[in-house]
Write a new protein. Structure first.
Length: 244
């Protein structure tokens, strides 16, 4: 079956909904990974596309068995690809070693052995030949949960309805990136940064020393594109990364 290309819906930065509206929102953990739209035509194949629309299937060979997870049922799913650290938390630094390998299958397979990924699924936009874009979030979640998509390298985490303040506090206590708030009656808006989805990022600060900079590209040509920073540890200056 030919499936429609659907760019992912995006969340708008903001704050928790007011307590009076809390029960009209669902709350999901914000993950630090790579957004992926999953295309399952029902013919035993799977295609993963990044937010840009670029195909990234080859970078993640451990996700190929997802191709048969629904049998012959065609579907388009929304999710996030994560690499987990030793404490089970998403690490974008680890994931970077997996990204960009879509056209290097041998390297991707080797990296999969040492840094396996996990795909979390949180929406379904097309199922059994039916577009679900105009269905409310709560209905799409019911459809998604009914698929039972939980495997060795993918899962469908639960969302919490109401209790937004408690959900946000839990993400802080567990060192997670933040929270995504989704209105229960929201439709799926492909490629739109919508106020019906609100993302809240838990900000953490560090004191660093600026040791240099890298030239910018594109609209930043002629300007610094990133600063290179370090921290003192054991009496020595240690490089910790670049900041855009």
């Amino acid at each position: 079956m030919t499936l429609p290309l659907i760019p992912p819906m995006l969340a708008t930065p903001g704050r928790l909904p007011p307590p009076s509206a809390d029960a009209r929102w669902a709350y999901e953990t914000k993950q630090d990974g790579q957004r992926a739209v999953v295309y399952l035509p029902g013919d035993g194949t799977v295609v993963l596309r990044a937010r840009s629309g670029q195909e990234i299937t080859g970078a993640y060979p451990e996700l190929r068995p997802l191709a048969t997870a629904l049998g012959s049922r065609p579907a388009v799913l929304d999710g996030e690809i994560l690499a987990l650290d030793a404490e089970g938390r998403a690490s974008f630094q680890l994931l970077q070693s997996r990204m960009g390998l879509a056209h290097s299958p041998a390297r991707a397979a080797r990296r999969a052995e040492t840094v396996p990924v996990h795909l979390i699924l949180f929406d379904v936009m097309h199922l059994d030949g039916r577009p679900l874009l105009r269905e409310p979030y709560v209905r799409r979640r019911q459809e998604l949960l009914g698929l039972g998509l939980d495997g060795p390298f993918w899962s469908t985490p639960a969302a919490i309805v109401g209790h937004g303040a408690e959900a946000l506090r839990a993400t802080v206590e567990h060192g997670l990136e933040g929270l995504v708030c989704k209105r229960l009656d929201s439709v799926y808006e492909p490629g739109v940064r919508s106020r019906a989805w609100i993302k809240i990022r838990n900000m953490r600060s560090e004191d660093v020393l600026v040791g240099g900079w890298l030239p910018g590209k594109g609209r930043l040509t002629g300007l610094p594109g990133a600063v290179l920073v370090g921290q003192r540890a054991g009496g020595r200056l240690r490089y910790v990364g670049g900041v855009g």
